[in-house]
Design a protein around this ligand. Sequence first.
Ligand code: GLN
Length: 445
Amino acid sequence: VERSLRAIREVDGRLKAFLLVDEEQALAAADRIDRAKMYQHAPLRGVPYAAKDNIVTRGVRTTAASRILENYIPPYNATVIDKLQQAAAVMVGKTNMDEFAMGSSTETSAFQKTANPYGEDRVPGGSSGGSAAAVAAGLVPFALGSDTGGSIRQPAAFTGCFGLKPTYGRVSRYGLIAFASSLDQIGPFTRTAEDAALVLNAICGHDPLDSTSSREPVPNFADGIDRGVKGVRVGIVRHLPEEGLEPGVKAAVDRAIQQLEAEGAEVVEIELPHMEYAVATYYLIAPAEASSNLARYDGVRYGRRAEASSLLEMYERSRSEGFGMEVKRRIIIGTYALSSGYYDAYYKRAQQMRTLIRQDYERAFEACDVIAMPTAPTTAFKLGEKLDNPLQMYLNDIYTIPANLAGLPGASVPCGFVDGLPVGLQLIGRPFDEATLLRVAHAYE
Ligand code: GLN
């Protein structure tokens, strides 16, 4: 913990991965763990970590990188935070992110922009860019992020970390500030698949406080991780949408798949015919859910309250001043898609398409055990490059979004560099089969 705090002190002034670091509290927690007998065999004893700032922490300011929660001090812990405490891990701070996890570059944060450790003029990806940068720069051995449409996998790819989005329902969402509740999932950034297995062991499992939390049995994810890939069927997508896919990224991913084949995996072709509609589908469903989830920020119950002479004016001003541009854009899209005259044309059709996308994967997994494709079409782009072009920004999520719509586990594994910038190989698995994902990733590493 001391080493981690020192590294943060040295590097984070430039990197800006953290929104908050509480040295005193971290050292006190480490000290308690050193002394207490009950933690002697705890699985993550004394391991420092960082948490994305949309995961609530008792007594520690939690902002979701939004002005509207600027001074919010939660009275409770997210389940993942309690579980990590039981595993004797030590939280050193909260990391920067896109406001309410809406974005792909961490630039929509109301507070600061985070650099990519591989190039200060490059974004770390998003929305969990702070967590990714913190792990990539060696400030912490692991960090928690959240993934609604790629926000763990894409920043993992951009910063050369391992990133895992577990199956929807695998990890409790209790205490995760909601963006799109049917898509959100918490997961780890680590340096290796094996580390991710250890963190997943600690944070997963049924939670009565989250009604969508699964009762599926939980294996030890580290068991058998080194069994290799002999006989594992790796699916590659015929007619993968390749618009915007950089040739260097494609080449690195193709090489990674060849390497898996060389190690004994069987490569088979599969079809995902509705994949091209995933981005459009997501950008109706996610904003629709967000518009409803964000209705609670009214200046009354918590967060920022604007001065005003009437109740209505207070609501309006609190929300106008508290939310940034991207969040407002999502609220407008979402309320429009849900409005009575347009509901059937937009929201309902998006839900129907979501079912077709899920069925594509069910069919594909009859022929293969994992699916491999790029995590993102590009390497880390330049700060500011896509900020004024939301559509460009949204299209960066083309390969990550489908797994969220289908609820499937997905991982990004570092698979080389293009012009000094990391590339990620994405692996997508069957529901609740994180074990196979981790095993294939470990074999590749
Ligand atoms: N980039 C996507 C969005 O802006 C995904 C974000 C996420 O996974 N939280 O919605």
